[in-house]
Design a protein around this ligand. Structure first.
Ligand SMILES: Cc1cc2nc3c(=O)[nH]c(=O)nc-3n(C[C@H](O)[C@H](O)[C@H](O)COP(=O)(O)OP(=O)(O)OC[C@H]3O[C@@H](n4cnc5c(N)ncnc54)[C@H](O)[C@@H]3O)c2cc1C
Length: 377
């Protein structure tokens, strides 16, 4: 039983309850408070800390590699590709603006894409660069978002690589620091955050929504916002989403690591960065697509071996035996039939902002703003 004091404060009926305190839940809370500071908002998070993708990713501040954008044009057309790039690009601008104090380690060191011999011929690659640059000019404001940078291949020490394409506008950040900073911001704005509280179901009434959780406490709200990304079907079964596990490894420090920045290969299926002279490498999901379409957070030897092979053969061919693997982890992303996030009213007074398609660091600020405007309008 709860006391009258608890009932009238912590468990008072809310204007908005958000499920999930990943990047999307937190940016949404921030924009809701910005638009309507008096709203009573609580966030219910089932992990002791957020436990989906937001604290388990690679921390790239990117809006898509050249080959990924070409692929998106082929699958969805230029308009959809540009719409997504714009959302990511504006999202990254928002992160920089909100955290200009350096607190989230946002750095622009440039991003690169690696192409091996088998992937593309030089003429097609140059044509692709020109094609995508012309399309992106209205978003990035530069004529040369991507440029060929083959002269760096040797000094970077990569093996089996024929071409390197650079994007000067790409950066990286510290995902843990960003998440903590966002949590602090929303709490300062008056948002309550309940951890270790799993929403199991909810009951819709005319005037309010009653939320059932594993804590059996009386949560109720006028509007509910589901920000649980890969886990969203548990609360909204009709959504077109598929979980996708992303696995990562981190090496011990490498002496004289000759490159900085973020790197992509194979339409974004491999990605790595210099994190304090260690190599953070993730991906290889395309080596076992079906097994990786899971919400199970285990790491697997198939993927980890593929990552180690890539490290050894392509990234650090000259440093064999000079490093160990210090850390391995996974996070759960959310994919679906298309790459656009789902931001909509799903039921009366129930909204959702989900399906970040592995790009939620960049997308979350824009998605959070969009859903906040939708809920308040
Ligand atoms: C390995 C990896 C690398 C990545 N690299 C990048 C990158 O470099 N750049 C980039 O932009 N993106 C990257 N991403 C993707 C990015 O991390 C995600 O798109 C983003 O974090 C999604 O944020 P979210 O808030 O939608 O979901 P999440 O962070 O998954 O948050 C959802 C939250 O909901 C909670 N939850 C779930 N169900 C319930 C429930 N029933 N009740 C209460 N709480 C619940 C979960 O515990 C979780 O904390 C990567 C992802 C992974 C896994």
């Amino acid at each position: 039983m709860i006391s009258i004091w608890e009932k009238e404060t912590f468990f008072a009926p809310q204007d908005v309850i958000i499920v999930g305190s990943g990047f999307v839940g937190l940016w949404s809370a921030l924009y809701l408070k910005k638009k309507a500071p008096k709203l009573k908002i609580s966030i219910l998070e089932r992990g002791l800390i957020p436990t989906g993708a937001s604290t388990r990713n690679a921390g790239f501040a990117c809006f898509g590699s050249l080959s990924e954008l070409m692929h998106d044009v082929q699958i969805s057309g230029t308009d959809k590709m540009l719409e997504l790039v714009e959302l990511r690009y504006k999202g990254l601008e928002k992160i920089q603006k909100h955290f200009a104090d350096g607190s989230v380690d946002f750095e622009i060191n440039g991003g690169y894409e690696l192409y091996d011999d088998s992937l593309i011929d030089t003429e097609t690659l140059i044509a692709n660069i020109e094609y995508i640059n012309a399309l992106l000019k209205s978003i990035t404001g530069t004529k040369k978002t991507f440029k060929l940078n083959d002269e760096k291949i040797e000094s970077f020490g990569f093996a089996k690589i024929r071409h390197l394409v650079k994007n000067n506008l790409e950066g990286s950040l510290h995902s843990g620091k960003l998440l903590q900073a966002l949590l602090q911001r929303v709490q300062v704005a008056g948002v309550q955050v309940f951890n270790a509280t799993e929403v199991t179901t909810y009951n819709l009434y005319d005037e309010n929504i009653e939320i059932e959780t594993n804590k059996h406490l009386p949560f109720s709200t006028k509007k509910l916002l589901v920000c649980t990304n890969a886990f969203a079907q548990e609360l909204l079964p009709d959504l077109d989403i598929v979980p996708a596990r992303g696995q990562v490894l981190l090496t011990s420090p490498i002496k004289n690591l000759p490159w900085k920045g973020t790197f992509h290969s194979d339409e974004g299926f491999y990605y790595f960065r210099n994190l304090g002279n260690k190599v953070l490498l993730g991906g290889a999901r395309n080596k076992a697509f079906e097994d990786e379409a899971t919400k199970d957070p285990q790491i697997t030897s198939i993927i980890q071996n593929e990552l180690e092979k890539y490290l050894d053969k392509v990234i650090l061919p000259k440093q064999k035996g000079e490093y160990t693997i210090e850390n391995r982890w996974s996070g759960i992303m959310c994919m679906g039939g298309e790459k656009m996030p789902i931001v909509k009213q799903a039921l009366p007074n129930v909204f959702c902002a989900v399906r970040m398609s592995g790009m939620g660091v960049a997308l979350a600020p824009e998605v959070g703003q969009q859903v906040a405007e939708m809920m308040i309008d």
